[in-house]
Design a protein around this ligand. Structure first.
Ligand code: NAP
Ligand code: MG
Length: 399
């Protein structure tokens, strides 16, 4: 049997710990037997990031811009504990995801992978809900102040031209706390474009909610920019039979709970932080959540939403065959291969990506799954909990 040929390489970003173990296994067992895999490989494992003074992360992001499609394995973001665990680290390197996101100026879309035997906590949800979180500014780049005496806080903008504008925030008669936050038109615009682009790509409605009735200028600006950017997409949306829908954030929350799912929900930074945890928990498990970073000009980086699964890795190092769920990582690969096939007009490659996903679903339907899913399955469905190796072998057999 001849292998499927590729024309453009995928940018492959390798990672750490258990995720790295699964990464190699997925490639060896599920992809390499069928695809003449062309990748431009970047080792984003912590030690190589350290070795290259994190240059490798920047290079990999630039490669993603050049080639248009990347697939990333979960990576360690070092903290104090990791600095002790890896004494060779010369710096507490920044989160690779944050670096890549800022170079691509992209938005992250997270979608649960749903199966019949794991029922969402919200009974009405039939289709996945994808959350798009604006990952810049607001309270995450705010300055804060606590004061004790009576007085007034003012906010002043000093223009480059020398012109100044000042508003009074509040006069207080006692101790108080203050917060100054911002966002930029260009970041909001990139966010809006990525959302419209991805909605068109995946043929799903786009919802956006903010609080522009109260925050007429700040949230009002988000609403305005989304409306402006929608003009470019209005015709395409009509052709595709999809909608852009704006509503107040509290109304959006109420509608989400009553909905059937099957749309993209664009959220401001804080809303996205909170709502993505709510939605992912209600759908089941982080191990079944995919994530794709989309730039405003249509570059894609696919990954699993979960981390490197450290606890399982240490058990693996002791010789245990862990039951770590590989599905989100397999779907990162299928997402990337499918997109590559689409961009390069290689339907065989996209078909293979779809078959890889079907093989996972069929395996799960047969009752064979990793322990995390077995624990979530509604009683009455057949379940056989297996380790990652056995699960991947079963998927391989089905392909
Ligand atoms: P995690 O790796 O997502 O794992 C947290 C727990 O969730 C695991 O201990 C496991 O629970 C469960 N879990 C996650 N993925 C699973 C899977 N595929 N199969 C089965 N169970 C799964 O998060 P973390 O432990 O907080 O972070 C570990 C490292 O990952 C950190 O160094 C962090 O910096 C990094 N991280 C990277 C990314 C990324 O690269 N995108 C994202 C998040 C975290 P049980 O132990 O109960 O089985
Ligand atoms: Mg959160």
């Amino acid at each position: 049997m001849s292998k499927i040929m590729m024309t453009t390489p995928l940018v492959e970003m390798d990672g750490d710990e258990m995720a790295r173990v699964l990464w190699q296994l997925i490639k060896d067992k599920l992809i390499l037997p069928h695809v003449d895999l062309k990748t431009e490989y970047y080792d984003l494992g912590l030690l190589n990031r350290n070795e290259t003074r994190d240059r490798v992360t920047i290079d990999s992001a630039n490669a993603a811009i050049k080639h248009g499609v990347a697939v990333k394995c979960a990576t360690i973001t070092p903290n104090q504990q990791r600095m002790e665990e890896y004494p060779e680290l010369t710096e507490m390197w920044k989160s690779p995801n944050a670096t890549i996101r800022s170079i691509l100026d992209g938005t992250v879309f997270r979608t649960p992978i749903t199966i019949e035997s794991v029922k969402p906590a919200v009974r009405t949800w039939e289709e996945p809900i994808t959350i798009a979180r604006h990952a810049y500014g607001d309270v995450y780049k705010a300055v804060e102040l606590a004061t004790v005496e009576p007085g007034e806080c003012v906010m002043t903008f000093k223009g480059k031209s020398g012109a100044e504008r000042t508003v009074s925030v509040q006069k207080v008669s006692g101790p108080a706390v203050w917060l100054g936050q911002h966002n930029s038109d260009s970041s909001i615009r990139s966010f809006a474009r990525s959302c419209f682009q991805y909605a068109a790509d995946t043929r799903q409605d786009l919802w956006f909610g903010a609080k522009d009735t109260i925050s007429k200028t700040y949230d009002g600006r988000f609403k305005e920019i989304f409306e402006e950017e929608f003009e470019t997409y209005r015709n395409l949306f009509r052709q595709l039979g999809i909608e852009y829908f704006y509503t107040l954030i509290d109304d959006a929350v109420a509608r989400v709970i009553r909905s059937k799912g099957g749309y993209i929900w664009a959220c401001k930074n804080y809303d996205g932080d909170v709502m993505s945890d709510m939605v992912s928990t209600a759908f089941g498990s982080l191990a079944m959540m995919t994530s794709v970073l989309v730039s405003p000009d249509g570059k894609y980086e696919f990954e699993a939403a979960h981390g490197t699964v450290t606890k399982h890795y240490y058990r693996y190092l002791k010789g245990e065959k862990t039951s770590t769920n590989p599905i989100a990582t397999i779907f990162a690969w299928s997402g990337a291969l499918g997109k590559r096939g689409e961009l390069d007009c290689l339907p065989v490659l996209s078909d293979f990506a779809a078959k890889l996903e079907s093989a996972c679903f069929d395996t799960l339907r047969s009752g064979m799954m990793t322990a995390d899913l077995a624990a979530l399955t509604t009683p009455g469905y057949e379940v056989r909990a297996v380790d990652s190796w056995e699960f991947i072998e079963a998927v391989a057999a089905r392909i």
